[in-house]
Design a protein around this ligand. Structure first.
Ligand code: GLA
Length: 358
């Protein structure tokens, strides 16, 4: 592979419906791996990584223009907050007060509400370190936004490293007790965006347990063993092996859309959570995180109504998401690891998507 100098550049990407200017940043590392990130939603719109022969392909689903991201995106590549995943009945109690959120997913609230962090314009600052090129995004979410308490000051730093990883460092502080659960919602296809389904990809998830859900995808509270179910990815398994199972959980999710409880050895060091390999291209991605859990989603709700950056339509199963997170509905489930953030404390999590090919 040719060695080049890593670089970062920016260009105008468009203007939101409400008149805010959006920039697109292009980050390139020393191996020519290239990521594009827009300040709208902190969205990774493109990520070009080599296959086993060194050929580059864009491995994330996306659109070609801002309007599509604003009006019809199923969270392609976006930063998700304040609360990634679902909060049951769109409400929770905190310090004796009841908070009501928008219903944007049947009877529940999903991914931070109607206008979550995926639809905000973030402030950007370029950076460079020994390990790679960085883009620091920040956003101040005002007290009461989408129903959540506290002014929440959020910084997310994307670093494209010279070992072909995207590292995402999330931090947040608040002036009132609140709940936070931040993630990134990239839709990956290691054979290349637009190349078909990911059913032949081979998945490993380092989880002995998962959180089964009700029909509206809210955890029942049980931490169920994956052993003997289609959720057993403790050894590498092709997606096709389980996705057509008649297991009740698979019917509820219309495929994989479940939170896996990671087998963590430490409380908050970076540990491996998952690995996905595409035998056709040889591309692999490893996910490392400080988070306790990961949502494995096989783009079940993507229904051929979207024309993407590949030029063609996206259909069910064309991508997988691995959203590192705390468990869904944690604010209503005291037995789950807490998502509460108090004034004076700092929320800090890190997730790394590391690409390779063989
Ligand atoms: C998450 C959810 C899915 C779906 C997608 C976005 O992965 O768990 O059910 O809502 O986001 O469409």
């Amino acid at each position: 592979m040719t060695q080049t100098n890593s670089s970062i550049s920016k260009r105008p990407y468009g203007t939101t419906a409400s008149g805010q200017a959006v920039e697109e940043y292009t980050l390139t590392n020393a191996n020519g791996v290239e990521g594009k990130i827009i300040t709208f939603g902190g969205i990774i719109t493109s990520l070009r990584v080599p296959d086993r022969k060194g050929s580059m392909a864009d491995v994330v689903l996306g659109f070609t223009n801002l309007t599509d991201y604003e009006t019809k995106s199923p969270y392609f590549g976006a930063l998700i907050g304040r609360y990634g995943n679902r909060i049951g009945k769109a409400s929770f109690m905190l310090d004796g007060a009841q908070y009501t959120l928008a219903l944007n997913d049947g009877p529940n609230s999903l991914h931070g509400g109607v206008k979550g962090f995926d639809k905000k314009v973030w402030s950007a600052k370029e950076g460079k370190s020994d390990t790679g090129i960085a883009l620091e995004l920040s956003y101040l979410s005002p007290d009461g936004e989408e129903g959540y308490p506290g002014n929440l000051s959020v910084t997310v730093t994307y670093t494209l490293t010279n070992d072909n990883a995207i590292r995402i460092d999330y931090s947040a502080t608040t002036d009132k007790t609140t709940v936070v659960n931040l993630t990134n919602h990239s839709y990956f296809n290691l054979a290349g965006n637009g190349s078909g389904t990911i059913y032949d990809h081979i998945v490993q998830i380092y989880a002995d347990r998962y959180t089964p859900v009700s029909g509206t995808l809210i955890p029942t509270g049980e931490l169920a063993p994956v052993a003997g179910t289609p959720f057993d990815f403790r050894s590498p398994k092709v997606v096709n092996g389980g996705i057509r199972s008649g297991h009740q959980q698979m019917v509820y999710g219309r495929g994989y859309d479940h939170n896996f409880v990671l087998n963590r050895k430490t409380d908050n060091a970076l540990e491996i959570a998952a690995r996905v390999y595409d035998p056709s291209s040889g591309r692999a991605v490893e996910v490392w995180t400080t988070e306790p859990a990961i949502q494995f989603y096989t783009s079940n709700f993507v229904d051929a109504t979207l024309v993407g950056s590949s030029g063609g339509i996206y259909r069910q199963g064309d991508a997988f998401c691995l959203e590192t997170q705390h468990y869904p509905d944690s604010p209503n489930q005291p037995a789950f690891p807490t998502t509460t953030l108090k004034p004076g404390d700092t929320y800090n999590t890190t997730t790394v998507y590391k690409f390779s090919a063989d």
